[in-house]
Design a protein around this ligand. Structure first.
Ligand SMILES: C[S@@+](CC[C@H](N)C(=O)[O-])C[C@H]1O[C@@H](n2cnc3c(N)ncnc32)[C@H](O)[C@@H]1O
Length: 157
């Protein structure tokens, strides 16, 4: 678990470095206990972060402002999410894995297509499950992030 969380943090740090010159918000799919949201907001230099989850189960100080929180099943909330963004995202972080690999695969297959229109050319995608989209090219894991638990992609134009 510690190795997995370390790898996740390394990937998030690398993703933030790669988008330093790309405008646009960050999308956090899976607010959960707010751990990665807290990391991102601490390191994103004030960049807007919009978090998605079916419900809130993070500490109160990790609950995003109402304008930056999208509550409900992804399949219900993704349509129309673009209007809330204002501009395409520079970074999308998917942390949606469960203990049900088949359900996870179906979900990320759907999310790979549904989230793509929300993500800018040149953006970075980080996920705890392998994802696939014709616009997304695999990136090598950063040093310390290559334990196989996380996947990084660069979005082409
Ligand atoms: C692994 S946890 C996220 C952990 C979080 N990033 C953190 O660092 O604390 C996965 C989260 O995804 C949410 N989730 C999974 N499938 C979902 C779905 N279909 N719609 C909405 N939320 C979903 C769960 O409610 C859960 O909070």
């Amino acid at each position: 678990m510690i190795m997995r969380l370390t790898a996740q943090r390394k990937c998030l740090a690398q993703g933030l470095a790669l988008i330093a010159d790309l405008p646009g918000p960050i999308l956090e799919f899976g607010l959960g206990k707010g751990r990665t949201y807290d990391y991102l907001r601490s390191h994103a230099n004030g960049r807007r972060i919009i978090a998605f989850d079916r419900d809130i189960h993070c500490p109160p100080d990790c609950v995003p402002a109402p304008a930056d929180l999208v509550l409900g099943e992804f399949r219900q909330t993704m349509p129309g999410a673009g209007e809330r963004l204002g501009q395409p995202a520079a970074l999308a972080h998917f942390d949606v894995g469960s203990e049900n690999p088949a359900a996870d695969e179906a979900l990320v297959t759907w999310l790979s297509a549904a989230a793509d229109p929300l993500i800018a050319p040149g953006a970075v995608v980080i996920s705890d499950r392998a994802m696939s989209n014709p616009r997304w090219c695999s990136l090598p894991a950063p040093p310390g992030g290559g334990d196989g638990s996380h996947f990084m992609y660069r979005v082409e134009g």
